[in-house]
Design a protein around this ligand. Structure first.
Ligand SMILES: C=C1C[C@]23C[C@@]1(O)CC[C@H]2[C@@]12CC[C@H](O)[C@@](C)(C(=O)O1)[C@H]2[C@@H]3C(=O)O
Ligand SMILES: O=C(O)CCC(=O)C(=O)O
Ligand SMILES: [Fe+2]
Length: 332
């Protein structure tokens, strides 16, 4: 799929094997940025942001702390695991048998989880470096995620521009941070080169930042993978399942995966913004018309998250929430 080339000057595209990934410059005029966000999310569920405003210094501190941790011995790292629910994990992803060539740190973005993971990551010697890197980074990335959601709502013509962002701004919003470390794959051992298997993110919006090693791929068409060239100065944004539901399928929750590089290790940080567990997720009335009635039942994030976490990574969880033509819409 190729977007029209007659778009306004600020929307640039990155050529990747003939497929172009939308690149949005956040230093451009706001109303243009709003339009470009909604267009990219409708057509790809994915875009790259340049001039995003997250300080280089915060990113550098996150990289330094991650490399310090992932560079430790296997035994030391295992002491920070298992990631049930928070901490270090290796090869196993989730609870249902998914595996990949990856090691990671998973934490909930709240003071208790940040402090607990910082203690185990630093062997209780000097947790302040790690926790301060995480706190600075998540504060800046949350601001970016809220801005994106507000501009997205404006781009979609919503009267309430905070309709999405307030769900991730609440004190009890369910926010996760994941440090992913992908080792280079070994040709000789013929090991699997899939670091993180294909999936969609269940939350509202994901902000991903990686080092200079490529590996992320997105799929807009079944079975066709578009490699995303790494750009350590940029952030990449994924639409999650909940945004697809709230917009009645107008925005697309993007299928993606990460593959290992043959010679270099890759480091990525994923910030997953979800609403409070009790938040009720419904198709917003603005997206329901006679021609396009509601496609999804309503549910709470707790319910959807439980379903997502009970399934394999690649499973389409939204199918369990689709309304059929026999369903009485008013009951939902
Ligand atoms: C196999 C799984 C891993 C995952 C929980 C799940 O059952 C399905 C969704 C997966 C995912 C993808 C985005 C994030 O990386 C993640 C933390 C999330 O919220 O949903 C992971 C989950 C995980 O690794 O536990
Ligand atoms: O590391 C990446 O590029 C993708 C990771 C990812 O999709 C995830 O953590 O959910
Ligand atoms: Fe993901």
């Amino acid at each position: 799929m190729v977007l029209a080339t007659s778009s306004p000057a600020i929307l640039k595209f990155e050529k990747n094997q003939e497929i172009q990934i939308p690149v949005i410059d956040f230093s451009a005029e706001r109303s243009e940025v709003c339009k470009q966000i909604s267009k990219a999310c409708e057509e790809y569920g994915f875009f790259k942001v340049i001039n995003h405003g997250v300080s280089e210094d915060f990113i550098k501190k996150m990289e330094d702390e991650s490399l310090k941790f992932f560079g430790k011995s296997a035994l030391e790292k295992q002491a920070a695991g298992p990631a049930i629910p928070w901490g270090y994990g290796r090869k196993n992803i989730g609870f249902n048998g998914d595996t990949g060539e990856i090691e990671y740190l998973l934490l909930s973005v709240n003071p208790v989880s940040i402090s607990q993971v910082s203690q185990v990551v630093s062997n209780a010697t000097d947790p302040i470096h790690f926790s301060s890197a995480v706190n600075d980074y998540v504060e800046a990335v949350k601001k970016l995620a809220c801005n994106i959601l507000e501009m997205m709502a404006e781009g979609l013509g919503m009267t309430d521009s905070s309709v999405f962002s307030r769900l991730i701004r609440a004190d009890d919003s369910d926010l996760l941070l994941r440090f992913n470390h992908y080792p280079p794959y070994d040709h000789h051992l013929n090991t699997n080169s899939i670091g993180f298997g294909e999936h969609t993110d269940p939350q509202i919006l994901t902000i991903l930042r990686s080092n200079c090693v490529s590996g992320l791929q997105i799929s807009i068409e079944d079975g066709v993978w578009i490699p995303v060239t790494s750009d350590p100065s940029a952030c990449f944004v994924n639409v999650g399942d909940l945004l697809q539901v709230m917009t009645n399928g107008r925005l697309m929750s993007v299928r993606h995966r990460a593959v290992n590089d043959p010679s270099k290790s890759r480091l990525s940080f994923g910030y997953f913004s979800g609403p409070p567990l009790h938040a009720k997720i419904t198709v917003l009335p603005e997206f329901i018309t006679l021609d396009k009635p509601s496609l999804y039942k309503h549910f709470t994030w707790a319910d959807f998250k439980k379903t997502a976490y009970s399934l394999r990574l690649k499973e389409n969880r939204l199918k369990f929430y689709e309304l059929s033509s026999n369903d009485d819409q008013h009951e939902y």
